[in-house]
Design a protein around this ligand. Structure first.
Ligand SMILES: [Zn+2]
Length: 412
């Protein structure tokens, strides 16, 4: 593991809008060893990066991404060999790193093998907290059964099927996902916008089922994150003890107050709708027209509702839902969060320290502090002044993870 000395850099931590000017940062054994106000010549044997007047930030944490997915075109899964799915993901993970994301809470599909490959540093990839297979009800969002009678669900060793019903069914399924080594449980608690036969308006899983999943997860010291657009679903999830609501499209003021009171997280994934409306779906997608129609209807409503949630003091996580859309440019979500009311600093918090807190990793990740893991990025522009600059991967000059340089534009 190399030792790195970053000199002359301004540090932006998720604690203050004011950059800490001109620091010299020493990285040894994968950790931030020390930070100095005076430049030293002691470290000339280290890899020296001159930060010039650039900005050093903690590596970002994307709390909603699917690193294994490439558009969720299940038809691909039916025709392509399984191995291709894994090789394709290597490029997805490189794009994620290049965008400045060093940790991902993978909200479905990454399995323990992928996580182990990252830990072995076989290829550049974000640190992973995995949920493996989202739990879904029969006929719900992520049940891949079609009108034709074909079921496009795939399973393989370490990757169980996700559909389950009833108290006993969901208990068994939660245990199966935990056995497959999940770091958290992901469930589909309402219909989806992009699944052809479900409606985002309706809740999925009943109260008893939700409580059973949460109890079993908590019994294993794990949290539950729920894909949920429906208002009724959001309320059920909050009451059942779920810790993170994904998308949250139809949240209202009362439900937002409930989330704030229970100190739950909301991961709105606003950017995915913008990109899909702009770029559309492939021509062969027979559902493309109805999907775009659903999207346009909900995108505006969602922005208004998420702004209300912010007003009510709900805690946010930054999630890009990459995998539904192309990988890379994950940090475009920060600008979307600012557009619904968060300050640039709050958006950065949602993408760093708050993401670390979800997994009780705030002592090792999420900010630039002595003793923490050396996960960090160097960017050209001050994101507090121009948050949208982080959406541009070219503005992310350097990415360091675990004290290893995974991207460095000026040299390589
Ligand atoms: Zn998702």
């Amino acid at each position: 593991m190399s030792s790195i000395y970053i000199k002359n850099v301004n540090i932006i931590n998720p604690f203050s809008e004011e950059p800490i000017p001109e620091r010299h940062v020493l990285i040894e054994n994968g950790k931030i060893k020390s930070m100095h106000t005076k430049e030293s010549s002691l470290y000339k044997d280290h890899i020296v990066i001159d930060g010039e007047d650039d900005y050093l930030l903690p590596g970002f944490i994307d709390s909603h991404s699917h690193i294994m997915a490439n558009g969720f075109h299940k038809e691909d899964v039916m025709k392509d060999p399984l191995a291709l799915h894994f090789y394709d993901a290597i490029a997805n993970m490189k794009a994620t790193i290049d965008a400045g994301v060093t940790t991902v809470r993978d909200t479905g599909l990454a399995d323990i093998g992928v996580k182990m490959a990252q830990e072995k540093k076989i290829f550049p990839a974000p640190r992973l907290n995995i949920s493996i297979k989202p739990l879904a009800i029969t006929g719900g969002h992520f049940d891949h059964y079609l009108n034709s009678g074909h079921d496009m669900e795939i399973t393989y060793p370490g990757f169980p099927a996700g559909t389950c019903d009833g108290v006993e069914g969901v208990l068994r399924k939660t245990r199966e996902v935990i056995r497959a080594r999940a770091d958290f449980i992901k469930i589909m608690a309402s219909g989806g916008i992009l699944s052809p036969y479900t409606s985002p308006d309706f809740a999925q899983f009943n109260k008893k089922e939700l409580k059973t999943i949460v109890d079993e997860a908590e019994n294993n010291n794990l949290k539950v994150a729920a894909h949920c657009h429906s208002l009724e679903g959001i309320e059920r999830c909050a009451k059942a003890g779920i810790k993170s609501i994904e998308h949250g499209t139809f949240i209202d003021r009362n439900a937002a107050q409930l989330l704030a009171k229970k100190r739950m997280y909301l991961t709105p994934t606003l950017i995915v709708h913008h990109v899909l409306i702009k770029e559309g779906f492939p021509a062969w997608d027979g559902f493309a027209e109805s999907k775009i129609k659903k999207l346009k209807e909900v995108a505006k409503i969602q922005e208004e509702n998420i702004a209300i949630a912010y007003e009510e003091g709900v805690n946010f996580l930054m999630g890009s839902d990459r995998g539904v859309i192309d990988h890379g440019r994950n940090l475009g979500e920060l600008k979307q969060l600012v557009d619904v009311g968060l300050s640039p600093l709050e958006a950065i918090q949602a993408g760093t320290i708050e993401g670390a807190k979800f997994f009780n990793q705030e002592n090792i990740l999420g900010s630039i502090e002595e003793g923490k893991l050396a996960d960090m990025i160097i960017v050209k522009e001050n994101p507090i002044e121009k948050i949208e600059s982080l959406a541009d991967s070219d503005n992310v000059l350097t990415v360091i993870q675990d004290g290893r340089i995974l991207k460095h534009k000026p040299i390589f």
